[in-house]
Ligand binder design. Structure first.
Ligand code: MN
Ligand code: MN
Length: 459
């Protein structure tokens, strides 16, 4: 046999998909990114798309038949979509699991203060960020405030800065002229967590003898716009996210730059591939989009929540099937991004194994760190099964990993599914500048993820 027959070569897969289809898919994705900057936004967007694709909200006890399309929202921060298959749930489901949350700057519980005639919000960063990347960029404010008044609770949606006509917010950085001391510091210490204060105003209220006139003016503005008082911050979820939209990158437009590719470049194709599934699949197909991955998957909306088990338990009960039996025969693509080999930082990567841009959907056998700690690791048998599905469907795929051994590491939701006795493997899109306010992926890899999820659902 020749080397071509015997060797596995990771190479760009431009010959595997039409440029037209690849770029058309990217357009829909970019529009989704711009609207879905928080998990709440993403859930709203996904619910609307699901409804348009014939999915209906699932009610416990609802009778279901093959071909039925259902979805369920978990506390406005997660969503599960399902298409009922021909086979019994006892034969398992084909499950994809991705996350909708992304690193960002959360507004503190009691955030608003005034100093030196300027008003700021105190913050607490969410997820693993390089703090200096979040200064001196325009930020939007998004989220909800649950206003309490006269025994009534009113939920108000907040979005400031998305529209070009609206103001933005910012975390200031130090000018280089006065930064010689800062520049000597380690990058982890150049900007401190308590230094991530968001500038929100400077025009004072005209009240005589008021000690915090700028804070008062900001609070009045918030009160007029949202009917909120300072105590309502306590029952709010407000976040600062980058105030720029997704765009093409590269003179050849082969990349997409934007906020939140991790993990929208997996959750979007996992969901849209299910929505575009034609006919009735053999196995029931489920797409699970969760919150809280970036901070450990804990809580009611994270992957460790029993919400997923309850939903699946409801479906199983409808067919008289044991949930444990369904899980035992299920297979899951844990859909999360991996790092893309970056020629500007070759030292941390292992060239042969790390994902590469344009080489397709990346299959990751294990994540974790320090001797594979904190990973579920897919079995050889499962890897073969998934590889085979992709090959049969003509999906360009590659291997992915998270850098050199002992260089660092990370995890995904995979282990939380595997711990439920579901055969699980990580698969995702390679990302450049992961967790930065502006991340980069290749359009081709995004499209191959979409094709890969589709093939997996149909298998
Ligand atoms: Mn992720
Ligand atoms: Mn992440």
């Amino acid at each position: 046999m020749t080397s071509e027959q015997l060797f596995y070569d990771k190479k760009p897969a431009f010959d595997r998909a039409g440029a037209q289809a690849v770029s058309a898919y990217a357009e829909g994705y970019k529009a989704f990114l711009d609207r879905a900057k928080t998990e709440r936004d993403a859930v709203k967007e996904m619910s609307a798309r699901a409804e348009r694709a014939g999915f209906v909200p699932y009610r416990r006890g609802q009778a279901l038949k093959p071909g039925d399309r259902i979805y369920q929202v978990n506390r406005a921060k997660g969503i599960t979509l399902a298409v009922i298959g021909e086979k019994s749930l006892a034969e398992g489901v084909h499950l994809t699991a991705a996350h909708l949350d992304a690193p960002r700057i959360d507004i503190r519980t009691l955030p608003l203060y005034e100093t030196e005639n300027m008003a700021f919000f105190k913050t607490h960063y969410y997820g693993g960020i390089k703090k200096y990347q979040w200064t001196a960029i325009p930020l939007e404010l998004r989220g909800v405030v649950c206003v309490c008044e006269n025994g009534e609770i009113r939920k108000v949606e907040v979005s400031i800065g998305a529209d070009p006509s609206e103001p933005k917010l910012v975390i200031t950085d130090l000018l280089p002229h006065l930064a010689s001391e800062q520049m000597q510091k380690k990058m982890t210490e150049g900007i401190k967590g308590e230094g991530l204060n968001v500038l929100v105003g400077s025009r004072p209220a005209e009240d005589q003898d008021e000690k915090s006139p700028v804070k008062l003016a900001v609070m009045r503005w918030l009160n007029e716009k949202y009917g909120m008082k300072e105590a309502d911050f306590l029952s709010a979820e407000l976040s600062c996210v980058p105030a720029f939209n997704a765009c093409d990158i590269g003179l050849d437009r082969s990349f997409i730059g934007g906020y939140g590719h991790d993990d929208r470049c997996c959750s979007y194709p996992a969901a849209t591939a299910l929505m575009e599934l034609e006919g009735t699949p053999s196995h029931t197909c489920v797409c699970l989009l969760v919150d809280k991955e970036e901070i450990g998957s804990d809580g009611v909306t994270g992957m460790q929540s029993r919400h997923f088990d309850t939903f699946m338990g409801d479906l199983c009960r409808g067919q008289g099937v044991l949930l444990d039996e369904c899980f035992e025969n299920s297979v899951c693509l844990s859909a999360d991004v991996c790092n893309a080999f970056d020629p500007n930082y070759p030292d941390v990567s292992e060239k042969r194994n790390d994902g590469r841009v344009n080489c397709g959907f990346a299959l990751v056998k294990y994540t974790g760190s320090r001797g594979k700690s904190g990973t579920s690791e897919a079995t050889a048998e499962l890897m073969a099964r998934i590889r085979n599905i992709f090959d049969q469907a003509g999906v360009a795929w590659q291997t992915g990993q998270l850098g050199k051994v002992d260089q660092g590491g990370g995890g995904t939701v995979a282990m939380f599914l595997a711990n439920r006795n579901i055969d699980t493997v990580d698969a995702g899109v390679p990302v450049l500048s992961m967790h930065a306010p502006f991340e980069v992926i290749s359009k081709l890899d995004l499209y191959m993820a979409f094709r890969g999820f589709g093939a997996f659902y149909r298998a």
